[in-house]
Design a protein around this ligand. Structure first.
Ligand code: ANZ
Ligand code: ZN
Length: 821
């Protein structure tokens, strides 16, 4: 076989691997398990380079661990519910199920053409009833354990997509998909009580040393724990209490106004029947048009209004005016803030704008602040001033003392607050898992009994973007009977956020065909945790947080023992072209299918793994692809050059110096590649070490007397080391040199320490720091012996002659520097 015919080889092996069920795994108590998982794709239609990168990285890990003797679970599936399927239906009239399944078939074919070692028997598809039945069942476990509830909530509403958007789907106040300005709307919505797990989700980040620090920091910020106090201010007119949440109770003597969120229930009460009613109401309305992000952004102009009422500060009995303002949010803290303009930037800007008084209550040590000179708030630590009995205390101590004071007198209490909110899982959408709840006039909300699951999603639907779930317009779906009293009832028509489906798919992979349970306890406990999770950093917050929450909750329900889903996390960088992310809108997309057609999957994989370390962004380069292709051709020719000889060789024990060099190169490469892959995921440097080995072999090939048994050792090592990166060509060549078993079932090569030791080394002679000559000496010469050998050299003698030796600097194995005068 002269030519490297990649398309023939790749097809041949993909078929053989599939026929032989090469990548099928089962629980094997005799082996150590290893669960390697890549984030499953949304079936948008075609694989993109980001997928190719993600799955190539995962495949190296999976194949490497297999060769290391682990029982490796490496599954793949489809995150198949979601909005794009519905948009396609509206636009092109294709039913979402058809659109999705067609895309899956196409993408599965593309994935298979990459030759990845998936156990396809474990494929899961979240939009199919055998999967979403269990998503629904899990919802009911949350419901029965008090972790799913319904409440009216202001939600981000895209009037164009006619759907609720999560906060992160709102970009600069507009819908992430269609760019329409997002509105606020109050709807009854289902929530998961993730806030019950806020502290644990935060604390157990410490149990994840195998996660990137930056991801943990993002999660920490998202959870957003803060410590402070709730302080009760009293409404002057009515005596009612308004609690405010503050992290700076040490500044309570500096309060000059109080701000309520525009939606705060007290606002309507206090303005009713007053001259403030109309203007405040219209202000509130205008604020509600803004998104939360816009409202809290530092860029946004702070807007507010006095509402005609006052509260009494519980610490100094002062009367302070009540305002409403856009920067105070209803669902953070208590929805009410004490305004301390001297020590908070936002308050400072607000007070300046509306001419509210500013009172300094903290000063830097040994320095007096002057109001007239202040251009920004003083937010650092210092000494309390103008603060009654607390005056003179360092403010850090004041924090404690004021909190004690409030608690002792029942005027407030210490409070820990989280930025994290409960997870809104309701979508007024069709293409998602129906929420398995039935509403009965007599019995209220009734969970669908287990035996009636799944609640099937009807496939025959008409799409009208009305703002309601299309399920509302399907009488056969909507109308049902109450499981408790048998009376007439209606179904919940909201479907679940697709993040619910992806919060447990890694558990389903452990037992994907189970029809009796979401997954068997023994199987899930054999495989969990995921040892290595690999995916894009865009999922660093939500998906990972939700999956962690699910794992902890299901663990508390007794369904799984693991408390964390993903032991190690690798977040891959982006694939760039011409310096920016590949995207349809930029028109800089390189299609994986074309690259594979032109160069083969092995080249595509090798290029992508070689071009950058996995966490870094990767710049696409056509020359780079061609370089990888040339390299594989070089490997091909090298192996075929020796093919015949390697079939029948006699062991040859005596090694010439050149043989020893080659053997050292082979074992050095094994060591380097092993460490790069295992410890650092530095696939790029591993591949370049393999390339150097190939160069070394080409040099050796030109030698007159070759040690063929050594060549065999070298070529075996080369193929084995390259196998996880380029699985087809290595399999083909492995067979060509006479092996019967698959290369992917072989053990990873082990280096021998003894082979790494050099017999001889070259040392440099320097005179006054300048290189003058070189000398090959036995590697184990000590300092004195080395100096002696070097001083006997002609160049050394000549240089010393008639001069005085000032000193000799010797680095054994490297150099001798003679300093002369
Ligand atoms: C008075 C004060 C004085 C504050 C001062 C800060 C500095 P974190 O750390 O993020 O929890 N706050 C409280 N509830 C709010 C709401 N619903 N909308 C907008 N802002 C709100 O922040 C807590 C601080 O954020 C609280 O402490 C409060 O302002 C503000 F020198 O109270 B502070
Ligand atoms: Zn009933």
């Amino acid at each position: 076989q002269e030519r490297y015919n990649f398309s023939e080889i790749e097809e041949k092996w993909q078929k053989k691997w599939a026929d032989r069920l090469m990548y099928k795994v089962d629980e094997d108590p005799g082996k150590v398990k290893y669960y390697c998982l890549e984030m499953f794709p949304y079936p948008s239609g075609n694989l993109h380079m980001g997928h190719v990168r993600n799955y190539s990285i995962g495949d190296v890990v999976a194949r490497f661990k297999t060769m290391r003797g682990y029982n490796v679970l490496h599954p793949m599936g489809w995150d198949a519910f979601g909005l794009p399927a519905e948009n396609a239906a509206i636009k092109h009239g294709i039913p979402p199920a058809k659109w999705t399944l067609d895309n899956i078939n196409n993408m599965r074919r593309q994935l298979k053409s990459m030759g990845i070692s998936y156990d396809w028997d474990r494929e899961v598809t979240t939009c199919l009833p055998d999967y979403y039945k269990w998503t629904q069942w899990l919802f009911l476990q949350f419901y029965k354990n008090g972790l799913a509830y319904k409440k009216k909530a202001h939600v981000n509403w895209c009037p164009s997509c006619a759907t609720v958007l999560a906060n992160e789907q709102v970009v600069d106040g507009a819908c992430e998909r269609c760019d329409t300005v997002v509105e606020k709307k109050a709807l009854e919505q289902w929530f998961f009580r993730i806030t019950d797990y806020a502290q644990e989700l935060l604390d157990s980040l410490a149990d994840l040393p195998g996660w990137p620090e930056k991801v943990k920091t993002m999660q920490e910020n998202w959870i957003g724990r803060s410590e402070g106090a709730e302080i009760h201010f009293t409404v002057e007119k009515t005596g009612e209490k308004i609690p405010v949440y503050t992290t700076r109770q040490d500044t309570v003597f500096g309060v000059t106004y109080l701000v309520l969120a525009p939606e705060h229930p007290m606002v309507e009460k206090l303005i009713a029947g007053t001259e403030y009613e109309e203007p405040v109401k219209s202000f509130v309305k205008s604020v509600q048009q803004m998104t939360e992000i816009a409202r809290t952004s530092t860029e946004t102009e702070k807007e507010g209004m006095f509402i005609g009422a006052y509260v009494i500060n519980p610490l100094n009995e002062e009367r302070v005016p009540i305002w409403v303002a856009n920067y105070v949010l209803l669902d953070y803290g208590t929805g009410a803030v004490m305004g301390v303009p001297a020590h908070d930037e936002r308050d400072f800007a607000f007070a300046k704008k509306y001419n509210l008084p500013i009172r300094i209550v903290i000063e830097p040590v040994g320095q007096e602040l002057k109001l007239e000179e202040m251009t920004t708030a003083y937010t650092d630590d210092g000494i309390m001033v103008n603060s009654g009995e607390f005056t003179g205390l360092p403010n850090k101590e004041g924090l404690v003392r004021v909190a004690n004071h409030l608690e002792e007198r029942g005027k407030g209490k210490r409070k820990i607050n989280f930025r994290l909110r409960d997870w809104l899982i309701s979508r007024q959408r069709y293409w998602g898992a129906p929420i398995p709840i039935i509403y009965c006039e007599k019995c209220g909300a009734v969970p669908v009994p287990d035996k009636d699951l799944p609640v099937y999603l009807p496939l025959d639907v008409e799409f009208r973007p009305t703002g309601e779930s299309p399920l509302n317009h399907i009488p056969e779906f909507l109308h049902t009977t109450c499981p408790e009293c048998g009376g007439p009832a209606t179904r919940e028509t909201d479907t679940m956020d697709t993040f619910v489906c992806s919060s447990w798919y890694f558990l389903r992979y452990t037992d994907p065909k189970n029809t009796e349970e979401a997954f068997g306890k023994e199987k899930v406990d054999y495989w969990m945790n995921v040892d290595q999770y690999i995916g894009g950093v865009e999922h660093a917050i939500l998906h990972l947080l939700y999956a962690r929450f699910f794992t902890k909750a299901l663990s508390n329900f007794g369904l799984v023992s693991a408390r964390e889903p993903f032991k190690n996390l690798l977040t891959q960088g982006m694939v760039l072209k011409d310096g920016s992310k590949m995207s349809k809108s930029k028109g800089n997309v390189v299609s994986p299918e074309e690259i594979i057609k032109k160069f083969g999957a092995d080249t595509a994989r090798l290029f992508i793994l070689f071009a950058a370390p996995p966490e870094r962004d990767l710049e696409w380069s056509d020359q780079g692809v061609e370089g990888s292709y040339r390299f594989l051709n070089r490997v091909w020719r090298l192996v075929y050059h020796y093919q015949k000889e390697l079939q029948e060789i006699k062991p040859q024990d005596i090694l010439s110096p050149e043989d020893k060099d080659l053997r050292r190169l082979v074992h050095g490469t094994i060591k380097k590649v092993t460490e790069d892959v295992e410890q650092r995921f530095n696939f790029n440097t591993a591949i370049s070490a393999i390339m150097e080995l190939v160069n070394g072999l080409y040099q050796y090939k030109e030698r007159p007397n070759q040690n063929l048994s050594l060549v065999k050792e070298a070529i075996d090592a080369l193929l084995l080391l390259l196998a996880p990166f380029a699985p087809h060509i290595t399999e083909e060549l492995w067979e060509a040199v006479g092996n019967k078993d698959s290369i992917h079932k072989q053990s990873w090569p082990v280096y021998s320490e003894e082979a790494l030791i050099a017999d001889e080394v070259e040392v440099v002679l320097q005179i006054n720091g300048k290189v003058r000559d070189r000398l090959v000496v036995p590697a184990q010469l000590d300092r004195a012996e080395l100096e002696k050998a070097v001083l006997a050299m002609d160049k050394a003698k000549a240089a010393i002659e008639g001069k005085e030796i000032v000193k000799i600097i010797t680095v054994p194995g490297k150099l001798v520097n003679i300093v002369v005068k």
